[in-house]
Design a protein around this ligand. Sequence first.
Ligand code: AQP
Length: 343
Amino acid sequence: MSDNSSKKRQRVLSGVQPSGNLTIGNYLGALKQWAREQQHFESFFCVVDLHAITVPHDPQELRDKTREVAALYLACGIDPEVSTVFVQSHVRAHSELTWLLNCITPLGWLQRMTQYKDKSAKQQQDSVSTGLLDYPVLMAADILLYHADAVPVGDDQRQHLELTRDIAQRFNHLFGETLTIPEAMIPLSGARIKALDDPLSKMSKSETGSEYHALYLLDPPNRVKKKLMRAVTDSGRDIQFSDDPERAGVNNLLELYAALTEQEHTTVEAHFANARGYGDLKKELVEVTNEVLAGIQQKYQALTAEEGYIDELLARGAERACEVADATLATVRERMGFLKAHA
Ligand code: AQP
């Protein structure tokens, strides 16, 4: 019998790494649906700082970005009175459960992960950390500690979610029904935003090679305009959604427009049916993007103006998160055969 048998509302857990400036992809793929769904679930949202050290990092930047990401959660609509907002490393159970799950996770499962292959290919082979390979097990621990029923993420995390399910099933098979098997919750629109300068690749916050790669949530309006007006398109004129890789640039701009305005694809296509070319789409997209970002940025400025507010809120969140996580960890330890420590 699993320990979540007495809980009433379904649970949700998700997180973002403080590994750079949050992008419009992070917003549309993750934060926007967290905010929308938080009333319907018992929600836990963490800043996954332990994940951010799986690639080389700067300690001061990690501190700054951890606070910034937490403040952006709230600015994007997460209500700390409704959802539990905390920092992953403040809850020690995440690290401990990772070790326990490591010992039942076959190495081959991790070596198959696309994100590991992509990120390790970008580094010198002898400097790729064990943590980068182990990232999905830490993610499994994050989710399984809270008995999350659903995990709202962008499409790039689908494979890691499958692995979490496999690890939970393996644990339950070996030690008896203990862990909840979570479902991925992927938005219909905005789940896979592409880079503006290379629409065949994902828009990523840690990709800093070109200033035209990503739109960041804290970009000022003139920078948004500059980036969008320069976004890669093709030589055509039709403003229509398309799976054709040649038309990936315009498709990405339309995806952004549809997700930001919350409109169906057919409505968006009808809206642009009489446009004179891609310039019209870009101009309108600049407007809607800046409108959405202005709301987020105003809230962000207000939240960060109050010294200590974010830290206090994170301390409260960690307390609540520890209650749930420590209880799960105690059960896992007991099922695996560890002795209880003497008080
Ligand atoms: N381009 C994207 N489109 C839609 N959703 C996206 N997400 C990320 N990029 C896009 C979603 O945002 C959340 C953040 O996840 P993360 O910080 O744990 O790492 P990630 O998925 O690897 O995202 P990034 O931005 O690419 O970070 P870095 O560059 O640090 O690896 C997830 O829900 C993700 O699906």
